[in-house]
Design a protein around this ligand. Structure first.
Ligand code: PLP
Length: 400
């Protein structure tokens, strides 16, 4: 058994084969556009990256100089998209033992910063935020609401509405290891007609063929790495391909100010995964429930455990002291979970010093980013694997 929480986590042999042979055309591209337009009720622009969709939304808002409120527990790509478009960032701390900011935190931020005009909610790791209260505040204070579904395609809010059907904008990411994964890809759905016009004449650039080729090889390369890891070959191959810069890496992608269209070839892969979204989510939910029931309660985040049935369960988060020690312990059993989403309020940590974030701004996020580990829930984790992982974590806890 060899389990990774990233590195081509969503691919099996059938995905690899289909991905190498699929050749989408304009027809499949438009089919995906129509599907998303109906599902999320708005005008759709398909982009090469989710972060580019965020930038398009900010262009449509046309409020340069305003502040954008984001979860103080997020990805550098979100921060970067905002500053690249000439906005400033307002950090909203997450709630204790939760991964999203509260409506109360938003109200405080609006009072403290009159320039706050737009907010991004995130449903971190798939766990829904308190959208109804947040939307009410946005309506009262005239704040633009964007739902970032990078982690939460298919999640449901407490009132039963699907994530992505509430705000003025919805952003999707189809990047590697996400719920729907075509190695790279994004979408902006403009739900509020007030913003339709501004992007009408906007032309999206094409990405380089070299990058498209790299993405196409990624499922096969990562599949080979994962399946030969135990005999040592996978590790060597991984190091070699990384050295050659032959593996697509979302954190190393630099768009140098340009915004790109989703290449045609990716559209059918995304569309087909939407058609099977229900099975994907059911599997993730089942695995998350196994972790919840089998793990020692000391590592669980209670508010999240009670939201498993409405979450997209992108990963199952737990908190431990001495995280690195557990990561090393699990490696002995071929369980590789070192990819921590997020290890700093704006993660990865190595990028934090380049942001406007200052220590103490989001205290709850600072506590959790030191302790969080995410367990995999993707299709390559079986129920037996989830029990095995839980048993090993419980064993490690006893040794502490
Ligand atoms: C919350 C969130 N939003 C947006 C993004 C950016 O998505 P993409 O990699 O498709 O640009 C990420 C990246 O993982 C993310 O975690």
């Amino acid at each position: 058994m060899n389990i990774f929480n990233s590195l081509g986590s969503n691919y099996n042999l059938s995905f690899v084969a289909k991905n190498l042979t699929t050749r989408s055309t304009q027809r499949e591209f438009e089919q995906l556009q129509r599907y998303l337009s109906k599902k999320y009720d708005g005008k759709v622009l398909l982009t090469y990256k989710g972060r580019e969709a965020l930038r398009l939304a900010l262009r449509a808002c046309d409020m340069k100089g305003a502040a954008v409120g984001i979860c103080g527990f997020t990805c550098f790509a979100v921060y970067e998209a905002i500053v690249q478009e000439g906005y400033s960032v307002e950090y909203l701390d997450i709630q204790k033992d939760d991964l999203n900011f509260s409506a109360e935190e938003l109200s405080k931020a609006i009072k403290a910063n009159p320039r706050l005009k737009i907010i991004f909610i995130q449903n971190t790791l798939g766990y829904p935020c308190e959208i109804q209260k947040i939307k009410k505040i946005c309506q009262e204070k005239n704040i633009i609401l964007l739902e970032d579904l990078a982690h939460s395609i298919g999640a449901r809010y407490r009132d039963g509405s699907e994530a992505g059907t509430v705000g003025d904008f919805t952003m999707l990411s189809f990047s590697q290891d996400k719920v729907i994964d075509s190695v790279s890809g994004g979408a902006l759905i403009i739900r509020n007609k007030r913003f339709y016009k501004r992007l009408d004449s906007f032309i999206l650039k094409k990405i380089e063929e070299k990058q498209e080729g790299k993405d196409k090889q990624y499922p096969l390369n990562t599949y080979m790495i994962r399946s030969t890891y135990t005999i040592g070959l996978g590790k060597l191959m991984h190091a070699f391909l990384k050295k050659l810069n032959a593996l697509s890496n979302p954190m190393l992608y630099s768009n140098q100010g340009e915004i790109h269209s989703l290449p045609l070839a990716y559209a059918d892969t995304i569309y087909r995964q939407f058609l099977h979204l229900h099975e994907n989510l059911k599997h993730r939910e089942k695995i998350a429930n196994i972790y919840k029931n089998a793990l020692n309660k000391v590592v669980l985040l209670d508010p999240l455990c009670s939201a498993i049935d409405s979450s997209s369960n992108l990963r199952f988060p737990i908190v431990v002291e001495n995280r690195n020690n557990l990561i090393e312990f699990l490696k002995k059993y071929n369980i590789h979970i070192s990819d921590i989403w997020y290890d700093a309020p704006i993660g990865p940590k190595k990028y934090l010093s380049g942001t406007s974030y200052r220590k103490g701004m989001c205290l709850n996020a600072e506590v959790i980013t030191d302790k969080i580990i995410n367990l995999p829930t993707h299709i390559n984790v079986s129920e037996k694997d989830a029990v095995f992982i839980s048993q090993k974590i419980n064993r490690w806890l006893k040794l502490q």
